[in-house]
Design a protein around this ligand. Structure first.
Ligand SMILES: O=C(O)CCC(=O)C(=O)O
Ligand SMILES: [Fe+2]
Length: 226
């Protein structure tokens, strides 16, 4: 990953990648939502008290664009992920390629695809959470905003909270533009304390959409338990 992005991830636990997808690609991605055959599961968030709105998990085989993003960004992020594990003295070393990592997920019984499309309308929101689907997980994930804030929707900011040692939680509010991606820590990130690095726990969510429709594409690198 570029040094600037790595630095942002190390200092704040997230980074913004401008224009990862074109407007056309965002439009095509949104239209996949109606293609029920592409998905393994639809979740109505209110039923689980996850928030309000809905999302669908893609099934394998994934659309080519999603596979490409997953492979490319996994490979770009793996050196940082391994540095984080070392800093935190966790004896996990992630393999260089996403294909090998998926093998590890499968061996651990995590075989279901996790990339997802989310759709929010007015008054919808996503409660603070972490996307863990089994023992094996990658410490970073990515979300791409498929609509233009201020035009297609208002509100619906991306929210990241961080809980540092012996502190209350702090938060960052991020407003990606159409096509922008946010890379962020899935569960925790290393923060330097008096006795070396410790885990700062992070959660993410989405504030209430005030008007319009907001679609996002979530790219999670690990697979899920059956
Ligand atoms: O809609 C969003 O911005 C957040 C979606 C989300 O929770 C995820 O991609 O894991
Ligand atoms: Fe999430």
């Amino acid at each position: 990953m570029e040094e600037k992005i790595n630095n942002q991830l190390n200092t704040r636990g997230y980074a913004l990648i401008p224009s990862l997808l074109t407007k056309e690609a965002c439009g095509e991605m949104i239209s996949l939502y109606e293609n029920k055959g592409l998905f393994r599961k639809r979740v109505v968030m209110e039923r689980h008290r996850f928030g309000k709105g809905e999302y669908q998990y893609f099934n394998y085989p994934l659309p080519g664009l999603i596979t490409n993003i997953r492979e490319k960004y996994y490979a770009a992020l793996v050196p940082l992920a391994n540095m984080w594990m070392k800093a935190l003295k966790i004896s996990i070393e992630y393999p260089a390629s996403h294909e090998e990592f998926i093998e590890e997920c499968h061996t651990a019984g995590q075989k279901l695809a996790t990339p997802l499309l989310l759709r929010y309308h007015q008054d919808d929101f996503n409660c603070l959470h972490q996307d863990l689907y089994g023992k094996v997980f990658f410490p970073l994930q990515l979300v791409i905003c498929l609509n233009q804030p201020g035009k297609d929707f208002t509100g619906g900011e991306f929210v990241l909270t961080e809980q540092k040692y012996m502190s209350q939680s702090s938060c960052e509010v991020i407003t990606p533009q159409l096509g922008d991606a946010i890379i962020f820590a899935t569960q925790y990130r290393p923060v330097m304390g008096a006795k070396g690095y410790y885990r700062a726990h992070m959660k993410h969510g989405v504030s209430r959409v005030r008007s319009g429709e907001r679609n996002t594409l979530g790219i999670i690198f690990h697979d899920a338990e059956v």
